[in-house]
Ligand binder design. Structure first.
Ligand SMILES: [Fe+2]
Length: 353
């Protein structure tokens, strides 16, 4: 199985993962053959990638760190709740506790694997997919840091609701292509709006509330709303800050192209102890597959390959299959290279194949 850019889909490919609508119904089932007529429809729906099974990707181990079903169900629950939410109507927020529980269960079950980026998101459901991803990533980091179940759950719920306040900002501002300084200031208020909306809710823990309020604070005091520094910022918020930034940068936003995982990790390393907490960042980076399985890669020897599987303790050195030699010729006899053994070979970039 591998991820294929919708622009490179020709028709006849076999779908390896079902494609869902924003209401959690299956649009196309896995196993179906993509007909040419589907391609423009998928593009229209804002789908940028699909997963396909083909000869090239035979043997690729691609496992999401939460079950596809949990991800889709949580997304549609978050969508449901956030769509109905207003400053007056907060009744349904607590139903998200179940989603948080399911996400935690999934991760407890699968926590030995590296996080592979496998989510495919429609443009119009960015905020819902984002909330679920930030929650799942935060849960994994919190578990790896050895937090107890209660604390993990508080962080999970805070992460699911971290951008709740954005619902209270007018859509004209949220959807603008170019933001004025005034718009930016208004968007920054989402942390206050979100916190104000939930501060008296007794079912929500103080940790979850503090995540909503301070997930944009940064270690050096350059964040908002208070500009708090270092230890003053709660660790739960520091976790969500990293996961929020990671997901935002690796997903296409309205104007920007998505960054590659290794680019985001390079950025994180440059900001370790400056914007982001050093210890939490180290834990995060140790658990992210720098080159996700099923992705095309270029090596320093100018060969092209596909990432077959991950080496758990070496997130930047997976096992790859060479499919094209340095002169650009397709290789008939595919060669597998384990980058934990071939120490002079390394990946220089990820490519579409
Ligand atoms: Fe936010």
């Amino acid at each position: 199985m591998r991820r294929l850019n919708i622009e490179l889909v020709k028709g006849d490919e076999i779908l390896a993962r079902s494609i869902y609508t924003s209401t959690n119904n299956i649009l196309l089932n896995k196993g179906v053959q993509i007909k040419k007529a589907y391609i423009s429809k998928l593009k229209e729906l804002g789908i940028e990638y699909i997963y396909v099974d083909d000869e090239l990707s035979k043997g690729v181990e691609l496992q999401d760190f939460i079950e596809e079903e949990t991800r889709e169900k949580s997304k549609s629950e978050v969508k449901n709740v956030l769509e109905k939410f207003s400053a007056q109507n907060k009744l349904e927020l607590s139903t998200l506790v179940n989603s948080a529980d399911e996400i935690i269960e999934d991760i407890l079950y699968q926590k030995e694997i590296l996080i592979n980026i496998t989510d495919i998101r429609r443009k119009d459901e960015y905020i819902y997919g984002h909330s679920v991803n930030v929650c799942a990533l935060s849960v994994l980091v919190a578990l790896k840091l050895g937090y107890n179940r209660k604390r993990v759950k508080d962080i999970a719920i805070g992460a699911l609701l971290h951008d709740l306040g954005k619902v209270l900002i007018p859509n004209e501002i949220i959807n603008k292509d170019v933001l004025s300084e005034k718009d930016k200031e208004e968007i920054k208020k989402h942390v206050i709006y979100g916190y104000e909306a939930v501060k008296d809710e007794s079912w929500l823990s103080p940790v979850s509330k503090v995540v909503i309020l301070t997930h944009h604070e940064r270690v050096n005091g350059s964040g908002y709303p208070f500009g708090w520094e270092g230890e003053k910022v709660h660790d739960a918020s520091k976790i969500v800050a990293i996961c929020d930034t990671f997901d935002a940068l690796t997903t296409r936003r309205i104007l920007n192209k998505p960054s590659k995982v290794y680019e985001v990790i390079e950025y994180f390393i440059s900001q370790s102890g400056i914007l982001f907490d050093e210890k939490i960042l180290k834990c995060f980076i140790n658990n992210i597959a720098v080159y996700p399985s099923g992705i095309g890669v270029l090596t320093n020897e100018n060969e092209k390959g596909i990432v077959l599987k991950q080496n758990k303790d070496f997130p930047s050195r997976p096992i790859i299959r060479i499919i094209e030699d340095s002169s650009g010729n397709k290789v008939d006899d595919w060669r597998e290279v384990d980058l934990t053994k071939a120490l002079t070979t390394f990946i220089t970039d990820t490519i579409e194949i």
